[in-house]
Design a protein around this ligand. Sequence first.
Ligand code: ADP
Ligand code: MG
Ligand code: MG
Length: 211
Amino acid sequence: SVTLDTAFFRRFLARATQVFVAEAAHLTDLDAAIGDADHGANLKRGFTSAGRVIADEAPATPGALLTAVGMHLTNTVGGASGPLYGTVLRRMGKVLGEDPVVEPPALGKALTAAVASVRRLGDSAPGDATMVDALAPAAEAYTSALADGGDVVAALDAAARAAHQGAEATVPLQARRGRASYLGERSIGHQDPGAASSAMLITALYEATDT
Ligand code: ADP
Ligand code: MG
Ligand code: MG
C-alpha cells in the first residue's frame, strides 16, 4: 500500500498543479459557458504559486503542508473557488493535526470535515451543481471503501471515481449557487467547472499513491 506521509501529500499537490496547468483551458471553457471564464486560470495561478510557497517554507507534516497551501489559496486566488478550495485544504490540515504520518481513517475524517466546511462557507448542498457534487460523494466513497475492508489505494480509487461521476451528474442540474446560478434554467446542460476541478483534485490524491 502507501504511507500517507508529507511526501505523499507533496506528490498530491504536485500532481494537482500539473493537472490544473494542463487542464486550465478546459476548465476555463467550462466556466465560459456558465460563468466568467476564469476558473482554469484561477486554479493554475493559485496552485503554481502555492508550489513556490511550500518550497520556501518546507512544512514538515501533512497538516502543516495542507494548511499552508490552503491559506495561500484563500489569500491569493480571486473568485469563489480560492476561498472554497482554501477552506478544503485548511480544514483537512487542521483535522490531520501534527501527525507526521496520517492513518487512512483520519484522511476520511479530514475529507468529510472539508466537505462540511465548503457546504457551510458556500451555503451549498449536493444537487446545487457546485464542487460539493464531486467532493461529497468522494468523501463518502472513501469512507465506505475503508469500512468494507479496502486499503487506502482502493479507497482513493473509489473516491476518484465517485468524484468524476458526481461532476458528470452536474450536467443536467440547474446551478443554485455561484455565478452559474445567475443564469437560472440556462445553466442546465453544462458541467459545473468547480465540480470538474474537484474531480481532478481527488484524482490527484489517488494518483499520489503511485510512488
Ligand atoms: P468565480 O465564480 O468567482 O469566477 P471560479 O470560476 O474560480 O470563481 O469558481 C467557480 C466554481 O466555484 C463553481 O463552478 C462552483 O463549483 C464553485 N462555487 C461557487 N460558488 C459556490 C458556493 N456558494 N458553494 C460551493 N461552490 C461554489
Ligand atoms: Mg469563474
Ligand atoms: Mg471570477
